[in-house]
Design a protein around this ligand. Sequence first.
Ligand code: AMP
Length: 204
Amino acid sequence: MQDTELTTIPQKMLNIVLFGPPGAGKGTQSQKLVDAFNLVHLSTGDIFRFNIKNNTELGQLAQSYMDKGNLVPDEVTINMLEAEVAKYPDAKGFIFDGFPRTTNQAVALDKYLESKGTSISLMLALQVDEEELIQRLLLRGKDSGRADDTDESIIRNRINVYNEQTAVAADYYNQQGKFHSIHGVGSIEEIFDRLSSVIVEKGR
Ligand code: AMP
């Protein structure tokens, strides 16, 4: 086979949902996984914060929900996410961080990826107990400048929202055989190694 032919064979994309409650370490681990596996990182929380900072219409809408620790409505979030994915037609894969947060969003993501000829490869779910999450978020709030990380009642509401609305999305991926639980306590390197092993073993 000619070299030119080799380069035209499409590689299967590696699309990862990095899942877990607020403070589980999704953002930190995403940064490392992006470098290790050459992926595009899409964090819906970061995109909303960027829009708030730039005072866009989307930012203004999202802020009222984010300030309380509630979810931004599905329709708004899904449209935004799809527009972001579309910006990277040459991506080798994506890390979805903070999305999907409802089963509705998971179904919409599947449909959208299918329309692009691809799919989710894995959901990696970081497990961290609740008191540890609260301590981590309060610590992060001291220098992150994130209002939703400084008030303990808002932090608790975010964790409740996760338990009541988001955790079920894991069932959706479990039914597809894509769900993997990862112990989320330890050093950044230890957790990264756990995530990487599953990706190398199951991701392709
Ligand atoms: P995060 O940075 O992932 O902790 O998200 C911060 C906030 O952004 C959340 O508390 C929600 O208000 C909002 N948000 C982020 N991602 C989503 C999503 N997939 N669906 C709805 N709201 C979201």
